[in-house]
Design a protein around this ligand. Sequence first.
Ligand code: NAG
Ligand code: NAG
Ligand code: NAG
Ligand code: NAG
Ligand code: NAG
Ligand code: NAG
Ligand code: NAG
Ligand code: NAG
Ligand code: NAG
Length: 506
Amino acid sequence: MAVLSLPSFLLIFSFVFSAALPEVKAQQAKDEPYVGVNIGTDVSNLLPPAKLVSFLQQQKVTHIRIYDSDPEILKALSKTKIRVIVSVPNNQILGIGSSNTTAANWINKNVAAFYPDTLITTVAVGDEVLTTVPSLSSMLMPAIESLYSALVASNLHTQIKISTPHAANIILDPFPPSQAYFNQTISPVVVQLLKFLSRTSSPLMMNMYPYYVFMQNKGVVPLDNSLFKPLTPSKEMVDPNTLLHYTNVLDAMIDSAYNSMKNLNVSDVLVLVTETGWPSKGDSKEPYATIDNADTYNSNLIKHILDRSGTPLHPEYTSSVYIYELFNEDLRSTPVSEANWGLFYANSTPVYLLHVSGRGEFLANDTTNQTFCVAMEGVDGKTLQTALDWACGPGRANCSEIQPGETCYSPNNVQNHASYAFDSYYEKEGRSTSSCDFKGVAMITTTDPSHGVCVFPGSKIISNRTNTVVNSTNATSGMETSRFVGDNLRVFWGLIIGVIFCLFIL
Ligand SMILES: *[C@@H]1O[C@H](CO)[C@@H](O)[C@H](O)[C@H]1NC(C)=O
Ligand SMILES: *[C@@H]1O[C@H](CO)[C@@H](O)[C@H](O)[C@H]1NC(C)=O
Ligand SMILES: *[C@@H]1O[C@H](CO)[C@@H](O)[C@H](O)[C@H]1NC(C)=O
Ligand SMILES: *[C@@H]1O[C@H](CO)[C@@H](O)[C@H](O)[C@H]1NC(C)=O
Ligand SMILES: *[C@@H]1O[C@H](CO)[C@@H](O)[C@H](O)[C@H]1NC(C)=O
Ligand SMILES: *[C@@H]1O[C@H](CO)[C@@H](O)[C@H](O)[C@H]1NC(C)=O
Ligand SMILES: *[C@@H]1O[C@H](CO)[C@@H](O)[C@H](O)[C@H]1NC(C)=O
Ligand SMILES: *[C@@H]1O[C@H](CO)[C@@H](O)[C@H](O)[C@H]1NC(C)=O
Ligand SMILES: *[C@@H]1O[C@H](CO)[C@@H](O)[C@H](O)[C@H]1NC(C)=O
């Protein structure tokens, strides 16, 4: 209906340009926008892949981007519902762009070998190539085209997209958004790229940081605007050409990308924000890198995206975003903020708690005090038993719950009992890393090892042991306990009677 009412030149234009794409766009617009996370790995103690994946599941993270194609991570993601963007590092672009064979090998080794068990959605070719490695600019499109040919050859091109993330500063004069345009020096590559993205229904990937816009334009861009805080109408930015009201900087940045594309006659490519975030700590020159601001930015960002507000220019379409980033990358140096973009520390305890209540469980699982110490699997039983004896003896761990009849006795094996004892000791020692070693047979985990009626020390799970004992219709375990106590009493009385009897005889 709407198409029929369009002026005929537009119809012809869109037909010639590509008849199928408006439908694709409508299709994509229907997809729920999501919030994903970037996983940088300059972390001294990165969780091993399996733990990383269970942590992501626990936090209900559905989309991630990694900066390489780490086979261990891709393997661990297999059979999960987590969708992943894999990346070609900048230093491989030259090789891939110069040889179709290299490109085909890359796709075979890093994509085809894992898909569809691992839900790879997109291949990101390099990162911010046009601005950080301009010498590679001329190889970017050849690399993208040959990777695409390789995907076609593997018949994966309809499921898996290819694009390349850009720094926001490829767009000049972004405010007001209606005047924005791509830096002309790089527009030959951008024009080719947009043709490719349009032809393959792939997104324009943009790394967009209201934090940097704010820092570079202090006094012009208000902090509230950068943090998605509710604004009085007088503080909203009004685009003088469109009269659109902008209540936050990110929306303005996204619309600046749409307007820049429009200037090149491209109107059917969607923007995907591959990075955005706010640092929680900085040096003296970074006074706005605070926990409060980071929390406010990321919490409001999540609400803004999940509320499907769209942008003033495109209220019908909400870009998905990837938060930069999941973990603080402690190995990064100056400025201080570089190591403090994460939502979590490396051990997966949160840097701050997001205010995202009412938006489902996404990133809402507070793991602040959720580390446990358990026995490693596959360790020799005798070594475990020795460590267990030490913990419950000289270590003075509270081992009452692993005694016969108690809640954590079952399963009655040394692995379970050692885990309980180790965790009890670890709790007692204030969860210091050094207290979870036991000659190398123990490890720290964020997965709560509690099971059944057994609640491990430090768990937030409320024990339902009392219920079980009190519940008369299901009091088996309660009866076992009283029988156990009763047996002891009989033995006890037996002893006393025996002693009295002996005394009497004497
Ligand atoms: C947090 O994660 C743990 C471990 O997966 C789970 O047992 C718990 O129910 C989760 N809590 C919330 C609020 O989702
Ligand atoms: C790679 O393949 C494409 C099409 O399949 C072809 O146009 C191009 O010339 C090839 N490039 C090289 C370097 O062989
Ligand atoms: C445009 O891009 C070129 C090449 O990267 C760069 O040298 C130039 O400074 C950019 N122009 C602006 C105004 O940022
Ligand atoms: C965009 O389209 C207009 C009108 O059709 C044309 O004048 C202009 O040259 C085109 N610009 C580009 C960059 O293709
Ligand atoms: C974590 O544990 C400490 C000490 O037990 C306690 O003071 C703090 O409130 C806890 N934090 C959360 C978020 O539960
Ligand atoms: C040992 O743990 C049990 C169960 O959590 C608790 O009831 C008991 O008070 C603890 N004993 C000591 C000495 O802390
Ligand atoms: C509570 O009891 C039920 C039924 O026995 C069990 O499935 C559950 O795991 C128990 N423990 C907790 C912590 O909920
Ligand atoms: C009832 O007893 C059965 C068998 O001991 C046990 O598996 C189950 O978890 C108990 N249910 C509750 C609610 O305690
Ligand atoms: C007692 O146990 C029965 C059977 O397991 C269950 O249906 C019932 O809800 C329990 N009652 C309470 C108060 O826990």
